[in-house]
Design a protein around this ligand. Structure first.
Ligand SMILES: *Cc1c(COP(=O)(O)O)cnc(C)c1O
Length: 449
């Protein structure tokens, strides 16, 4: 195509500034629209010889089509299930500052450079300080997720000696995380002690005498045990293990850095309580009750954390720069005491869901506001029910209505309760209220509900 014709093509910024594309910017984000505009312009440049220079309206239509038919990137969805940590929807939504930190790190960044000397620096250099400050531990590091944290703990601290674990702790977490399988992968043989419901200190003692190199305790994140059950105290186990010079690791799972009871949730051992109890290493997830990016945090005694850092698996299981940036930003919120307002899961727990459900009902002109319990989800606090309100929509075909809601842009994810579709405000950020109502309107009309 001739250069003169090309000059008639608008610039990307002029295109996306156009009012016609404002709604696309709102639904897909500026970044995506800029990207789509670039790709459409590139295509046009290559093809203009055949088809001529398209006009503005044509270009906008092409951009809109391009956005709607993007290859299956992960899409923003509105989580109206009331489940705070929804495993299928990416667990914890990230704090705003974590986003910003990821953006800053997205291009080139000083991941492994000390800018004052220009020399190589550790990518973990800025993690340990906030991590130890918020947990009270001596040392800390992180790997890709909590499954990896458990794996490296066993590999580095037990080596080829067996890891003793109570049969009551050999759990399955979900998503394929089964303690026995992870333990097998670590290379440390599994040494089961006690029974499913009762384990005594003499069971651990026997294991230590037969050469256990590590004791692993696993927090019951996703189930409860009641009835004829017994377990020695943590203090007893740690004292016996240390008498044999053997470390004790706790897989805490959910990783609360705040007092869950102050949010009306059941009590949960916090990370700092576990550290105080004297565990040598405590591992926990970054994207459960910590409310940040996926990560496996490891905190505990300096000598053990150093051993983990030096193990070859530390390299194999390391976090990328985006995870690290988001993790540090999230930890800093806890350190500054700002987590309650800025970590979305904690912020969501303080919402007035009745007022919002009523506003949805009003704007939609349909549905009923009902008492509805939400849940923490993500395999955390199985007995934690979060009371609140939801909008209930009657439909002849509730499954059809759910599916129609999922087809909206952004897709809305609700759930069925007693043959009605429930939409919970708690897990939908308020700035999306208008979109949610618009989506529900279209879905209701489409399904003739
Ligand atoms: C969730 C959980 C894990 C796995 O953590 P990921 O971060 O998902 O890898 C391991 N142990 C316990 C007790 C858990 O609750």
């Amino acid at each position: 195509m001739s250069q003169s014709k090309l000059r008639h093509l608008p610039a990307v910024h002029a295109l996306i500034e156009h009012p016609e594309l404002a709604s696309s910017v709102e639904s897909f984000g500026r970044e995506a629209v800029v990207q789509a505009a670039r790709e459409v312009l590139d295509r046009v440049r290559q093809k203009t010889a055949e088809v001529g220079v398209p006009d503005m309206a044509d270009l906008q239509a092409q951009i809109q089509r391009h956005l709607e038919h993007r290859p299956t990137l992960y899409r923003t969805v509105l989580n109206a299930t009331g489940i705070l940590l929804h495993t299928n929807l990416g667990r914890a939504p990230l704090p705003e500052v974590a986003w910003q930190a990821m953006e800053a790190a997205a291009g080139y960044c000083d991941l492994e450079m000390d800018l004052s000397t220009g020399k190589r620096a550790s990518r973990l250099r800025d993690v340990e300080e906030p991590l130890t400050a918020v947990t009270g531990a001596e040392a800390g590091m992180l790997v890709n997720n909590n499954a990896a944290a458990v794996l490296i703990s066993l590999a580095a601290l037990a080596g080829d000696r067996p890891t003793a674990i109570s049969r009551g702790h050999l759990v399955e977490i979900g998503g394929g995380f089964r303690l026995p399988t992870i333990m097998q992968a670590s290379g440390s043989p599994l040494l089961e002690v006690g029974t499913t419901n009762r384990t005594h200190i003499k069971d651990y003692e026997e294991a230590l005498e037969t050469g256990a190199g590590l004791i692993l305790l696993v927090h019951r994140s996703n189930f409860v045990m009641q009835g004829y059950v017994a377990e020695p105290s943590v203090q007893e186990i740690i004292a016996r293990a240390h008498a044999h010079d053997v470390p004790v690791v706790l897989d805490l799972g959910s990783g609360a850095l705040v007092d869950t009871e102050s949010f009306g949730l059941p009590r949960e051992t916090s990370v700092s309580e576990a550290v105080q109890q004297g565990f040598d290493v405590v591992c926990f997830s970054g994207d459960k009750l910590t409310g940040g990016p996926q990560a496996g945090y490891l905190v505990g005694r300096r000598e053990h954390i150093d051993a983990l850092r030096q193990h070859p698996l530390a390299r194999a299981l390391r976090c990328d720069k985006l995870q690290l940036a988001a993790a540090i930003a999230t930890l800093e919120l806890y350190r500054r005491g700002e987590a309650q307002r800025q970590v979305p899961i904690w912020e969501m727990l303080r919402q007035d869901t009745e007022a919002r459900a009523s506003a949805w009902r009003e704007q939609l002109g349909a549905g009923t506001v009902v008492d509805a319990t939400g849940a923490v989800g993500g395999g955390c606090l199985p007995e934690g029910r979060i009371s609140g309100f939801a909008l209930a929509l009657d439909a002849d075909d509730p499954d059809g209505l759910l599916a129609a809601l999922r087809r909206q842009d952004p897709p809305v994810i609700g759930h069925i309760d007693k043959n009605r579709v429930l939409l919970h405000p708690r897990t939908v950020p308020p700035q999306w209220d208008a979109k949610l109502v618009a989506a529900a309107k279209v879905a209701l009309e489409g399904t003739g509900a």
